[in-house]
Design a protein around this ligand. Structure first.
Ligand code: HEC
Ligand code: HEC
Ligand code: HEC
Ligand code: HEC
Ligand code: HEC
Ligand code: HEC
Ligand code: HEC
Ligand code: HEC
Ligand code: HEC
Ligand code: HEC
Length: 332
């Protein structure tokens, strides 16, 4: 049998984290050791200065609003109704760590090391915050987290997630929708999706995670496929071919002509036609001079039939490839 690739393993959810959490299920490994063993890097003894677990009832005595909001989340449902291992039974302390030292002096800034906090103000290092979450969430796409652009930029899980309240329908996000969560930092992409021609994302037909994995992937820009073209074929299967006559730049990369998010030219084209074609075909048999804007509609006497309407595609209509025996020039 061929050795399965890390990617295939990831699809099966088989990672070190899964193995570690299996150990948790059997109850033979104390959680902090399992966390360290799965790469979380927390020395068992030093979690919150060697504090001990006090139980969620104690926490809620002082943090009632948080306790009430938390009640409606996926974690509360899993941890309280159907805990699958000792770690999940810890409830609040599964994420914030053992609380006994926090109780000694909860409001003293000097005592913040006694608890893992997930707000920027609290000051727990991001790596330590993320290690808590990753001690349970290492399967699937999460195995790419450590090399991802988001991890490199020192993002915390809690920059996108808020497990303390049910704000989004799924995914425990900080904002009601995925796109809004992403737009908090990606203003440029928000502008791209507002352009005249755009993927139907603002219309609610898709979200950023149809194309990207926010937790990283093996591909540039964390796309959810091995290549840009494979990503596009997921939804535009008819562009996959095979074609009798292939157009080289289409096979090479859809982004040779299209922008993935939005564009002010129709059909998401990066450049208006005919200039888009002329970037590569400056000198063809039927026309050696470059077309210019003066020959387009409104250009008066200079108007040229090769530039109006669908421009070059008035004749070369099968630009993505042709299956017609006489389609070498993509005219049919
Ligand atoms: C005796 C009351 C009391 C108890 C019991 C208590 N806390 Fe706190 N906790 C506080 C106070 C007061 C603060 C505010 C500290 C501040 O803002 O500087 C606080 C702050 C926090 C924070 C804030 C972190 C942040 O990012 O701002 C977290 C998380 C927290 N507590 C979790 C817990 C957990 C988990 C437990 C149970 C193990 C617990 N607390 C038990 C009083 C308590
Ligand atoms: C799944 C992990 C997780 C669990 C379980 C959890 N928390 Fe939190 N908690 C977080 C994260 C992440 C934040 C930061 C949220 C944000 O960005 O505002 C947070 C923030 C807080 C804060 C400070 C900010 C706020 O919302 O007021 C308090 C207090 C707190 N948690 C208490 C609790 C208590 C009490 C429980 C149990 C009833 C609990 N947490 C369970 C992850 C968790
Ligand atoms: C003790 C283990 C544990 C820890 C620690 C933990 N989680 Fe979870 N998480 C779970 C379980 C169990 C579920 C329930 C869904 C499931 O069955 O996988 C879950 C679900 C989720 C979901 C999906 C919710 C949904 O609506 O589908 C998100 C997002 C999530 N966790 C993020 C976090 C973040 C962020 C942290 C750290 C602040 C964290 N988790 C810490 C065990 C954990
Ligand atoms: C850049 C934003 C972002 C960051 C940072 C982020 N996530 Fe997520 N996460 C998402 C989005 C978006 C989803 C999909 C939510 C949905 O489908 O509703 C998601 C889904 C999840 C889920 C549920 C589905 C699954 O893959 O199992 C878990 C668990 C989760 N994230 C954990 C984490 C953990 C742990 C971290 C930190 C190591 C983290 N996330 C960091 C955006 C983020
Ligand atoms: C807290 C801020 C923040 C949030 C929220 C956020 N990002 Fe990012 N994102 C960054 C930073 C910082 C970078 C790295 C620098 C850059 O390329 O701008 C980045 C990079 C990226 C990249 C490029 C990745 C690469 O490998 O080059 C993609 C794609 C991306 N983010 C998608 C998303 C998606 C999808 C969401 C929502 C689920 C999201 N981001 C939410 C801050 C954020
Ligand atoms: C239809 C698929 C698709 C959707 C939906 C999508 N992206 Fe992208 N995104 C891509 C592709 C493809 C690239 C470019 C990859 C490359 O250059 O190799 C990209 C690139 C990026 C980059 C890297 C910088 C750049 O612009 O090249 C960021 C950041 C990004 N996307 C964020 C987002 C955010 C945020 C959303 C949701 C609001 C989103 N994307 C939705 C396909 C998509
Ligand atoms: C998650 C599914 C999905 C993925 C992935 C996807 N698309 Fe689309 N695309 C759509 C949908 C839906 C439409 C709108 C179709 C409609 O309205 O008839 C669309 C429309 C388009 C349009 C026409 C836009 C217009 O203004 O008429 C182009 C061009 C396009 N996609 C190119 C791409 C390219 C290039 C990629 C890869 C980077 C890609 N698509 C990836 C779903 C997807
Ligand atoms: C050589 C430039 C070029 C490349 C490369 C290219 N396209 Fe296009 N694409 C166009 C042009 C020009 C149009 C407008 C077609 C029209 O109006 O007849 C278009 C239109 C589209 C449309 C909307 C209309 C339709 O035919 O469904 C989709 C979807 C699309 N392209 C997807 C893709 C995908 C997916 C790839 C990569 C496999 C790709 N394109 C590569 C030039 C290109
Ligand atoms: C990124 C560069 C690029 C772009 C943009 C591009 N092409 Fe091409 N095109 C090529 C290459 C490379 C070939 C293959 C040339 C060869 O085999 O000699 C080709 C082949 C062709 C052919 C067949 C030529 C022959 O000799 O068999 C036609 C017709 C054509 N392209 C039309 C167009 C049209 C119309 C557009 C605009 C919608 C366009 N091309 C955009 C690179 C490009
Ligand atoms: C009125 C119809 C028509 C229009 C409009 C048109 N072409 Fe053509 N084109 C043809 C025909 C017919 C051929 C085949 C000539 C041959 O086989 O010798 C051709 C051949 C080509 C070739 C093949 C190689 C060559 O050098 O002859 C390319 C490349 C090409 N056209 C590009 C373009 C571009 C770029 C545009 C837009 C600026 C365009 N065409 C507009 C009819 C058209």
């Amino acid at each position: 049998m061929k050795k399965p690739s890390p990617r295939a393993l990831a699809q099966l959810g088989v990672t070190a984290g899964v193995i570690a959490s299996m150990a948790l299920v059997t109850g033979t490994v104390p959680r902090t050791e399992a966390a360290a063993g799965s790469g979380a890097g927390l020395p068992a003894a030093s979690l919150n200065g060697g504090a001990t677990y006090v139980g969620e009832a104690v926490c809620i005595a002082c943090h009632k609003p948080q306790g009430d909001q938390f009640m409606h989340t996926a974690h509360a449902a899993a941890f309280r109704l159907n805990p699958r291992n000792d770690a999940q039974k810890l409830s609040c302390e599964a994420c914030h760590g053992p609380g006994s030292n926090h109780l000694k002096d909860p409001s003293s800034p000097a005592n913040r090391g006694a608890l893992i906090g997930f707000t920027r103000e609290w000051g727990t290092p991001v790596a330590q915050q993320n290690a808590m979450c990753l001690s349970c969430h290492q399967g699937g796409q999460h195995m790419f987290w450590s090399g991802s652009a988001h991890a490199m930029a020192n993002l915390a899980c809690s920059d996108c997630h808020n497990p303390m309240a049910k704000i989004s329908a799924t995914g425990l996000l900080k904002k009601p929708t995925i796109n809004e969560t992403c737009y908090t930092c990606h203003q440029q992409q928000r502008a791209e999706f507002a352009k005249r021609s755009h993927m139907p994302l603002p219309e609610g037909k898709m979200s950023c995670v149809d194309c990207h994995s926010p937790h990283g992937s093996t591909t540039r820009a964390a796309i959810k496929a091995d290549t840009v073209n494979e990503l596009c074929y997921n939804c535009h299967a008819e562009k996959r071919g095979p074609f009798l006559w292939e157009h080289a730049p289409v096979r090479d990369n859809c982004l040779n002509c299209h922008s993935p998010h939005g564009s002010n030219h129709d059909k998401l084209l990066t450049v208006a036609r005919p200039f888009s074609c002329q970037e590569c075909h400056g000198n063809t048999n039927h026309q050696t001079t470059l077309f210019n804007a003066g020959q387009m509609v409104g250009g008066g006497a200079a108007i040229n039939s090769r530039v109006i309407g669908r421009s070059c595609q008035n004749c070369h209509s099968q630009i993505h490839g042709s299956n017609h025996p006489a389609g070498a020039r993509f005219q049919r």
